[in-house]
Design a protein around this ligand. Structure first.
Ligand code: PLP
Length: 396
């Protein structure tokens, strides 16, 4: 593996995080338990997400949200082939849970300046079959949430916020992940906080929370608020083993919850530190005329207090993105595409015969000219920043 001078991710685990995990390892109770519960409660309280359930990844959180939407216990239940709007710039498992739940994704273009969903195209794509928006908040930034909420309300759409890349971002002081009926978060290693693998699925009413809870663990009635009532209605069964719903097993564990909670307690520090590093890098990039004219750095949208995931960059149209990226990599700066680029270009889309009419002009543009670099949580020294800018200058 290449040893990068400026990697996408550094080891995010501090001694104090691992010490908490060691305590759990020593206890021998490694599955989901009281620490997972504590993490969920703390998450709900701090983020203002009403019900929060820890799962083993952000992907599982997305899967449970869509499986909840089609669940027979849900009053307003989505039906086969109902349309879900989703930005073309999305992650693989923002999309597949829609398909895996028998629903139909319809892609929407993005804005180049924010990388987030284009609201004009979103409105254009709404039809009588449209039932929900799978909103992906890209890399710590977001769209105009006031306008998005107006569109949602006007068209009576359900909103699922994929906040896997944007934990800690606020729009007009309100946390992303608190606008929609559902929201999801990821604590994978490269994200704002990390629990190794891990995620959270959040919702706003107890009915959905009950469905999510049973889906998360085999469809079991165990731990549901209605557990006793279900047992009464099923007297021929052992009350401890009643399968009330369909299900998966995507629970978090106390080991990862202990690391996640320890990191979550310092989320604000991480956000501030990343923002300081980003601002210092951008300031230096803008001081260098050659770098400034050849690289466009994506800024936060109006009213957004960003919790940056990385530094998304578009190269000038005169340059060849791949050549630049190869040079940056060669000289020790790790890069990656902006999420997955225009997801419609991925081979799996063809295989599953997924189509949306119309061009994704801006997503194509970002696919062709975009990449992102990481953002350290620890303080970056001036000479490190100077070296990074020099590498950028040399790559042109
Ligand atoms: C937008 C988005 N959604 C979902 C996920 C999936 O999260 P996880 O890796 O925890 O499964 C990711 C992963 O990075 C993501 O970027």
């Amino acid at each position: 593996m290449q040893n990068y001078f400026y990697p996408l991710v550094e080891n995010p685990y501090r001694y104090k995080d691992l010490k908490k995990a060691k305590k759990i390892l020593d206890s021998g109770k490694l599955t989901s338990g009281p620490v997972t519960e504590k993490f969920q409660n703390s998450f709900s309280k701090v983020m203002n997400t009403k019900y929060s359930l820890m799962v083993n990844s952000g992907s599982s959180a997305n899967l449970l949200a869509f499986q909840c939407l089609i669940n027979p216990y849900r009053k307003r239940r989505l039906k086969k082939n109902d349309e879900i709007l989703i930005p073309a710039l999305c992650w693989s498992t923002s999309l597949w849970p829609i398909v895996q739940s028998g629903l139909k994704p319809k892609f929407v273009d993005i804005d180049i300046d924010t990388l987030n969903i284009n609201l004009k195209d979103l409105e254009k794509k709404i039809s009588t079959k449209t039932k929900a928006i799978m909103l992906v908040h890209v890399l710590g930034n977001c769209t105009n949430m006031d306008e998005l909420m107006k569109i949602k309300q006007k068209n009576n759409l359900i909103l699922i916020e994929d906040t896997c890349e944007s934990l800690g971002t606020k729009y007009k002081k309100k946390n992303l992940g608190t606008f929609g009926e559902f929201s999801t978060f990821s604590f994978y290693t490269s994200h704002q906080i990390s629990s190794g693998e891990g995620g959270m699925v959040c919702c706003k009413n107890v009915e959905d929370a009950e469905i999510l809870r049973s889906l998360r663990a085999h469809g079991w009635s165990r731990g549901l608020k209605g557990e006793k009532k279900i047992a009464k209605l099923n007297k021929s069964l052992d009350s401890r083993f009643i399968f009330y719903n369909s299900g998966f097993n995507v629970r978090g564990t106390d080991v990862s919850a202990s690391i996640g909670l320890s990191q979550f307690q310092d989320l604000n520090l991480f956000v501030k530190s990343r923002l300081r590093n980003r601002n210092n890098i951008v300031k230096e990039m803008h001081k260098n005329k050659k770098v400034k004219t050849n690289f466009q750095i994506i800024k936060e949208n109006t009213y957004v207090n960003p919790s940056w995931f990385g530094i998304p960059i578009l190269v000038s149209k005169k340059l060849n993105r791949n050549k630049i990226v190869n040079k940056l990599e060669k000289w020790g700066v790790e890069t990656r595409p902006i999420i997955s680029g225009n997801f419609l270009k991925q081979p799996a889309i063809k295989k599953y015969n997924i189509k949306t009419k119309g061009k994704m002009k801006n997503a194509d543009y970002v696919n062709k000219y975009g990449f992102f670099i990481g953002l350290k949580t620890t303080h970056m020294k001036n000479d490190e920043i100077t070296k990074l800018i020099k590498i950028f200058e040399k790559s042109i």
